[in-house]
Design a protein around this ligand. Sequence first.
Ligand code: PMP
Length: 475
Amino acid sequence: MSSPKGSKKVNDWKEFVDKSKSATLEIVNKLKEQSKGFSMGKQSKSVNAVSSKKMTGDLFDKCRKYDTAEKAKELGFYPYFRPLESAQGTEVCVDGNKMVMLGSNNYLGLTDDERVMKASIKAIEKYGAGCAGSRFLNGNLDLHNRLENELAKFVHKDAGLLFSTGFQTNLGIIQALIGRKDIVITDKWDHASIIDGCRLSFGKMEKFEHNDMADLEETLQRCQGANGILIVVDGIFSMEGDIANLPDIVKLAKKYKARVMVDDAHALGVLGKNGRGTAEHFGLESEVDIIMGTFSKSLASLGGFIAADKKTIDYVRHNARSLIFSAAIPPANAAAALKSLEIIQAEPQRREQLWKNTQKMMDGLKSMGYDIGESCTPIIPLLFHENERSLEVVKNLPGGEQFVNLGLMPTDIMGIAFWRFASEHGLFINIVMPPAVPPGRTLIRTSYIATHTDKQLDFALDVFSKVGKQLAIIP
Ligand code: PMP
């Protein structure tokens, strides 16, 4: 695996800093500002009020002034929107160079599976390229109905409902279910689409500390008297790979008469003996009211669905705005998801291999001394802790002193340095910075695929060992 063409060598830290001395600091400060504005509370009237005395400004001013991304690019640190020049397999081509892919949600390795691709092509031949409208009025295909029935059967629910993306699924279900006198309770680490679904609903939103059952119970007590309560959690949390404490959530939901919805975007095909997700993993399929999933991970496509009892599905089908007012999932995507679902059920060995790969990486990373948090799934984060020795290493690189003194948080410095070093060695990994994680919790997100070979994983472990030692993150 070689360094991406055009990527800067690790040693030119001076150039990295000199190009714009304050740019990184500015980027981080802006991110911090954004993360402040990320709170869920309703904005106060005084913030929203338009003062009649003031002149109206130009709405686009903020866009003209926005240069955070440009500055990051100038610095050589822009880890977003990287164009892949190949299918998303276990290796990808970036800038003409091969990289081992450790940043994908393609858990079962089906995105480039011949059978899935052929199913898409056949669907295009039969149904055309698009649906030309929403399922509600004119875009519904027999293929859509078949897929939602198969998905419902798979997760052991009465009925299913397809949406065009996973994001739209969460928007639609929460907006449709949570009325003015209802309350939706979310885990603080829930996915952005759940948060945005809450914003779209007319009800009240409450949050509890991540996987903290005492806090959930207090929240439920505060919410008593509501018309209805829905608790929504990610099954596997997308950034740190830990699992929701579903047994206790379900117990509390029963005690306080709440309904439970699990977003199984990352758990479908991954958790449970048959890959049916978090509820199957805990033996709680009949206790979870709504299972939500996306097609953009194990199902190797694009789209999303919910599965629940017939009456709930019927209600959501006729009340979810993101379904009714948006075009149907294209035939190629629906067919790919249907074929993937068939393969998931026919080939449990894929999931077994995914867990073998996961175990190998967990053991390898832990034995090197990495902190991988509470992860127990194929999403394995590398967490950083303030460490004088690491900062010394970065300081001693050409230009490193200035870089360290920019005023970044130590964990940001370590994350940026780690991402650069590992990318240069040929690993495609993701850096996750605030506001996607709380300030001070910058991490490297790695994720694993059933079709990764031992050779690729050994290569990755070797890079992690070299880079970790180089940066004094591990002994
Ligand atoms: N829920 C979770 C937990 C996710 O991680 C994601 C996307 N990564 C979504 C929902 C949205 O799904 P999609 O990208 O398929 O729209």
